[in-house]
Ligand binder design. Structure first.
Ligand code: 5GP
Length: 116
């Protein structure tokens, strides 16, 4: 399906919508999720336009995974989390609601309720 450049994350990338940014480089942006599943829930997106992971160039896919690893380490340390849940949904049938590729980074600690 053609990429819909009116999606929320495309607007964030263009500066048309605000976000709480926590990291940016030439290929990726990371920001706080507006409806966090846990404190410290971060989203990582490629700057390249692509609806799913399968739509990205190898370079953009590598960059978004590198940033996800970097931010997962940082979030784990900052929040002293016992674990980090990383997930990434592709297509509405898989539960994806924003049609711009993104990775979720969600800190987890023993006993806290799983809401995703
Ligand atoms: P998905 O269900 O597509 O994997 O996840 C989309 C995520 O984007 C959800 O966790 C949702 O809370 C988040 N989200 C939706 N709209 C906004 C927004 O305007 N700003 C931010 N920061 N996050 C958003």
């Amino acid at each position: 399906m053609a990429y819909d450049s009116t999606n929320i994350f495309a607007k964030i990338l263009r500066g048309e919508l605000p976000c709480i940014s926590v990291y940016e480089d030439e290929a990726t942006l990371a920001f706080m999720d507006i409806m966090p599943q846990a404190d410290g829930h971060v989203l990582v997106i490629p700057k390249e336009a692509g609806e799913t992971l399968m739509d990205l160039s190898p370079e953009a896919a590598s960059a978004v995974v590198r940033t996800t690893q970097k931010l997962a380490r940082a979030v784990k340390q900052a929040l002293n989390a016992e674990g980090i849940f990383v997930c990434q949904l592709n297509g509405a049938a898989a539960g994806q609601t924003v049609p711009h590729c993104h990775f979720h980074i969600i800190p987890r600690s023993g006993g806290d309720p799983m809401r995703i």
